[in-house]
Ligand binder design. Structure first.
Ligand code: COA
Ligand code: NAP
Length: 260
């Protein structure tokens, strides 16, 4: 797909799934800005993205800090132009049963994932191309499936998908589309290192996926590029699982994989 000179901002873009998305846009000709905390990770990611020849901007900041997010988005628009694509994928995750989870532990994940997504979208609003911009929020099956040890993530991701639907309604008149992608287990990511830390749990997760495999970064970036393309121009407010059918297995299968 051709995204030549389009402007793409990826919150949480310095590693994993979000970096995979940023790189796919860079490969398709886009100018890409990434935003996350660790300056070291950002520097390595920027080198990786610059290999594709387009302009790359990187900003160190926390999605919980509205001012930091706002400044990064304003600078991106000033240097590269209005945003064609916004990806909100910064997140934190760990397994912890609710009875052991502190209030601050719950709040921390909700603040990064849910408040962070609102901050990114709200701060981007003045800089979105209208009409034409496309927003992708990164969610998970925990949005609609109850998963033990994940009350913080289930609450945060469900909230994100309600933001997707609500703002698709509010912003549709401006020609801005908003969708969520819910990845299944993706190989080689920090998220799965945390949720499947042993070979036994990797096997259990694999058995829980109807297609019987983990996904690859490209499975997610292909879906993101398609959702932001002209081919998906009439799609908004959708939560798209890209998960090999994992969510069809239900809470029980995921719960057993989580502790297996
Ligand atoms: N189990 C239970 N509680 C935990 C925890 C764990 N594994 N890790 C952190 N917490 C709690 C802390 O105890 C603290 O609560 P307290 O003050 O009541 O003790 C609270 O969460 C905040 O921890 P802190 O380390 O200060 O948060 P942070 O903002 O520096 O980091 C995290 C956020 C915890 C989500 C961290 O794991 C992170 O930065 N993750 C990003 C990468 C990631 O998770 N990638 C996968 C994406 S799916
Ligand atoms: P990852 O590599 O840890 O990516 C998380 C990114 O967000 C990093 O760039 C991280 O960089 C950044 N980030 C974290 N906290 C931040 C904060 N407070 N402010 C700004 N940036 C922050 O994890 P991943 O596994 O690829 O997950 C990416 C997304 O996919 C997440 O939304 C996750 O919930 C979702 N997902 C993943 C899977 C999977 O299989 N991995 C499955 C379903 C859904 P810093 O830490 O340097 O800030």
């Amino acid at each position: 797909m051709n995204f030549r000179n389009r402007v793409v901002f990826v919150a949480g873009g310095s590693s994993g799934i979000n970096l995979g998305i940023a790189e796919a846009f860079a490969e398709a000709g886009a100018q890409v800005a990434i935003f996350s905390r660790s300056a070291e990770k950002l520097a390595a990611a920027a080198v990786q993205l610059a290999r594709h020849g387009g302009r790359v901007l990187s900003f160190s900041g926390d999605v919980r800090d509205f001012e930091a997010v706002s400044q990064a988005l304003a600078q991106t628009a000033a240097e590269l132009g209005p945003l064609d694509v916004l990806v909100s994928g910064a997140a934190g995750n760990f397994i912890c049963p609710a009875a052991s989870l502190s209030a601050n532990g719950f709040k921390t994940v909700v603040d990064i994932d849910l408040l962070g997504t609102f901050n990114v979208m709200r701060a981007a609003w003045p800089h979105l191309r209208k009409p034409g911009a496309s927003i992708i929020n990164i969610t998970a099956a925990q949005s609609w499936l109850a998963v033990p040890g994940q009350v913080h993530v289930c609450a945060a991701k469900a909230g994100i998908d309600q933001i997707t639907r609500t703002l698709a309604l509010e912003w549709g008149g401006s020609g801005v589309r908003i969708n969520s992608i819910a990845p299944g287990p993706i190989a080689g990511t920090e998220g799965m290192a945390r949720l499947a830390p042993s070979p036994e749990s990797v096997d259990a997760w694999t058995r829980a996926v109807p297609l019987q495999r983990f996904g690859q970064l490209k499975d997610i970036s292909d879906a993101a590029l398609w959702l932001c393309s002209e081919q998906a121009a009439f799609i908004t407010g959708v939560v798209l699982p890209v998960d090999g059918g994992l969510s069809l297995s239900g809470s029980g299968a995921i719960g057993r994989a989580m502790v297996g």
